[in-house]
Design a protein around this ligand. Structure first.
Ligand SMILES: Cc1ncc(COP(=O)(O)O)c(C=O)c1O
Length: 383
């Protein structure tokens, strides 16, 4: 073999989502796309907001010298200022442009952070079920992903996290609103987590970072708000992107925001800038940075996702499915009616319904329905 053994192994174990994608393509070719109900991918189906399209056109017309040039590794000053000004209000924290690093999506941001803080063998703790790429991201930078269970309703099991923290723990990585469960962690649970990490950090004599991955922060329903991690814990780092909230995942833009109270903030920001450079991202896409600088706070029509959630939840409740009604994101994670979620997902496939087994997210006995699809797909699948 000419490729690395580890990569060969990873391809073999290749994620369930990818398998479903391939199976979906096969079934669509065989039966016709309109006959297949594809709930496998988290690719937003809502169009970007109208203002995004308008500003994109204006920005594309900009012919000033240097608009397509290299820039500081942390991003354009004007964009970081705009992001910081928006975040300061949203998070109720004294953030400045210096605390923000523009990245190639949330995925790029997470890799930059882990590159910047992990030493070989350091542990990254994450509550399960979890976004499956986290395992690869930790491993990319010599880290080890350690999962801890959540409660039945997918809220944080603080005792489990506390028990899992060791002298090797460098990062606790949370994701709220969560993929695959849609759960949002409460301010109380984040404050309690902050306390645990402060105590553990003191006991082990090292900084444990709380990294909060929040690409679905703005996709929440029923008046729910996602609490800020900054008020919960000083050593916290926020990660997000524009992939889901303005439906531009292909454009690869996101950012990191470091708590203004972080103990080694200057060193950390320097490490993030270097990691962005040497991972080969160099800087986040210039054109998109110029666009988002002017449309902070814009979102897709979140009420459309709320409607899809309701259609799905009401329909499945009537069929007797057992699930937690998700307050955010665009995923539902019902309990599989049979213990073997992989077998159940295969049964659904025979009905031309594509979902992903919970086992693929460290949540066996469940399956994930991604409902960023046309209403017709939800309604058509229900019978
Ligand atoms: C929890 C979570 N984190 C990160 C990402 C990566 O997002 P981005 O497109 O911003 O890199 C995703 C994408 O689905 C996600 O679900």
């Amino acid at each position: 073999m000419t490729i690395a053994k580890k990569i060969e192994e990873s391809i073999k174990r290749s994620s369930w989502i990818r398998k479903m994608f391939e199976e979906g393509a096969r079934l669509k070719a065989q039966h016709g796309a309109d006959k297949v109900f594809d709930f496998s991918l988290g690719n937003p189906n809502l169009p970007p907001p109208e203002t995004f399209r308008r500003v994109l056109k204006e920005v594309a017309e900009d012919e000033r010298a240097g608009v397509h040039a290299y820039m500081p590794n942390t991003g354009l000053a004007e964009t970081r200022r705009a992001v910081a000004a928006f975040l300061a209000k949203e998070q109720g924290a004294a953030l400045s442009a210096d605390d923000v690093v523009m990245t190639c999506g949330a995925a790029g941001a997470l890799n930059v952070i882990l590159k910047a803080v992990l030493d070989p063998g350091d542990e990254v703790i994450t509550p399960a079920p979890f976004f499956v790429e986290y395992g690869f991201y930790a491993d990319n930078h010599g880290g080890v992903l350690k999962t801890v269970p959540t409660h039945e309703d997918f809220t944080l099991d603080l005792a489990a996290i506390e028990a899992a923290v060791t002298e090797k723990t460098k990062v606790v990585l949370i994701n709220s609103p969560n993929n695959p469960t849609g759960q949002v962690y409460s301010a109380e649970s984040l404050a309690a987590l902050g306390k645990i990490l402060t105590e553990k950090g003191k006991a082990f004599g090292r900084t444990i970072y709380l990294v909060s991955d929040e690409p679905y922060r703005k996709i929440v329903f029923d008046g729910i708000e996602v609490p800020s991690i900054f008020s919960a814990y000083p050593e916290s780092i926020l990660v997000t992107s524009y992939s889901k909230d303005i439906s531009i995942p292909g454009e690869r833009l996101g950012f990191i925001a470091v708590s203004p109270e972080a103990g080694y903030k200057a060193e950390l920001l320097g490490a993030l800038a270097l990691a962005n450079r040497i991972l080969g991202f160099v800087n986040a896409p210039a054109l998109m940075q110029r666009v988002v600088a002017r449309i902070q706070g814009e979102t897709v029509d979140v009420s459309a996702y709320a409607r899809k959630r309701d259609l799905l939840c009401d329909g499945l409740a009537e069929c007797g499915y057992d699930f937690v009604r998700p307050p955010g994101a665009f995923y539902l994670f019902p309990r599989s009616p049979t213990a073997d979620d992989v077998a159940f997902v295969q049964t659904l496939q025979e009905e031309l319904i594509l979902v992903v087994p919970g086992s693929g997210f460290g949540g066996p006995g469940h399956f994930r329905i991604s409902y960023c699809v046309e209403d017709d797909v939800i309604q058509g699948a229900m019978p």
